[in-house]
Design a protein around this ligand. Structure first.
Ligand SMILES: N[C@@H](Cc1c[nH]c[nH+]1)C(=O)O
Length: 402
């Protein structure tokens, strides 16, 4: 018998749940104001769905021991929603939102473990173009505002542009180059066996981060294909729209070396980053994935998609000082004054519960407890009133707090 959740798993106690709800309620209100509808997909999916045609590494997914069918726990929801949408939905665009737990493999614990996390996000399916991209970015900004987060950075990039810039690198070292660029790791770049031209190109790409307009100017000076020019111009369009529509705009950073955990992105990709006293935390991330839905469509019909998620635990940590530190207290403790008053006390408690506004009513479960002990218990638990109920149904109200 084990008494602990598995490594990386978490039990949420009432205060944690109250804090999680505080965050989710605010985010959900924003999603609904943008006319998104909630979708719930299965926690367990086939490995084929979860790996989204290889865009998600098998090593990220916790596989289940099942007979025959290869099943796993979802490490994210975009692939599941793409699967669900193409099999059941025929009218687009679709605006869907979710909040749910996800599971990823983590390296912590003696045999490695799972990491369970909470995400809230949206997927806008069947819409391409800058307007759809801006819509999801504005929703993310609205959510952060609703949570009271004012100072954050928006890191933007374009997945297809970055991968096409990396194409000249031999496939064998491309991933290492990509990681070295993302980590600003010049030392590793120097040690890779690359021609001087390729080293210079890698250093150039590493430099493509900073204030959007100056980065766009630098990119335009590279020798670009027509397709790459098209991506640069969509990025420029998006940045113009964002700057004209975001209230209290976050600091925008264009970072063409931004690396995403999943490989299904085909267009704009982004991260919302909050700088805390000691670190920078990614509170949300997302992007455009125009090839994902076709993987699941019976005729491989293609629909574009764009979305993002906010990371529950990270938000909870950052917002800690502003979150409820206690759970909601009971308004009433209903006490049967002796054993024969039990039925009358239950009836009175039910009457109190049936009022229009939510009233929290606790029943005292041990009629033999002395009055003083009950009063002390109620005061410690910040119960507002005690109702002392007799067998005849007479009620004496004692007010404890205002
Ligand atoms: N599913 C992605 C975020 C995302 C939502 N939509 C598009 N991207 C993640 O978990 O990081």
């Amino acid at each position: 018998m084990t008494y602990q959740p598995p490594t990386g798993g978490r039990d949420l106690f009432p205060v944690d749940v109250a804090q999680k709800r505080w965050i989710e309620d605010r985010i959900e209100a924003v999603f609904q104001r943008w006319s998104y509808q909630r979708i719930i997909t299965s926690t367990v999916e086939s490995m084929d769905t979860l790996m989204a045609g290889g865009a998600i590494q098998q090593s990220e997914v916790i596989e289940l021991n099942s007979r025959g069918e290869r099943l796993g726990l979802r490490p994210e929801l975009t692939a599941s929603i793409a699967r669900a949408a193409v099999t059941r939905i025929s009218n687009y665009p679709q605006r869907l939102y979710y909040h749910a737990n996800v599971f990823r493999r983590s390296s912590t614990g003696s045999q490695g473990g799972q990491h369970e996390a909470y995400q809230a996000g949206v997927e806008l399916l069947g819409a391409s173009g800058s307007l759809a991209d801006v819509e999801v970015l504005l929703i993310m900004a609205d959510c952060l505002k609703a949570l009271g987060l004012e100072h954050w950075h928006l890191l933007l990039s374009e997945a297809s542009l970055t991968s096409s810039l990396l194409e000249p690198f031999p496939p064998g070292v491309r991933q290492q180059v990509k990681v070295a660029i993302a980590n600003l790791d010049r030392v590793t770049l120097e040690t890779l066996s690359l021609s001087n031209d390729l080293k210079a190109l890698a250093l150039n790409i590493m430099d493509l981060r900073g204030e959007p307009r100056s980065v766009l100017t630098k990119v335009s000076q590279l020798d670009l294909s027509a397709q790459q020019r098209q991506s640069v111009s969509s990025l420029k369009n998006l940045i113009d729209l964002l700057e004209n529509t975001l209230e209290n705009p976050p600091r925008l950073v264009l970072d063409l070396s931004l690396m995403q955990t999943f490989e299904y992105y085909t267009g704009v990709v982004f991260e919302a980053v909050v700088r805390t006293e000691h670190t920078c935390e990614v509170v949300g991330q997302g992007g455009r994935y125009d090839n994902l839905l076709s993987l699941f469509h019976p005729d491989h019909k293609s629909y574009p998609g764009v979305g993002f998620v906010l990371n529950g635990e990270t938000l909870q940590q950052i917002l800690q000082p502003h979150l409820p530190a206690v759970v909601a207290e009971s308004e009433w403790l209903v006490v049967p004054i002796n054993h024969s008053a039990a039925a009358a006390a239950i009836t009175h408690a039910q009457t109190l519960r049936q009022t229009d506004t939510l009233t929290r009513v606790e029943l005292s479960l041990d009629p033999s407890l002395p009055e003083d002990q009950l009063r002390q218990f109620a005061t410690e638990c910040k119960v507002a009133n005690i109702a002392w109920v007799s067998a005849q149904g007479d009620v004496k109200v004692e007010k404890l707090t205002d």
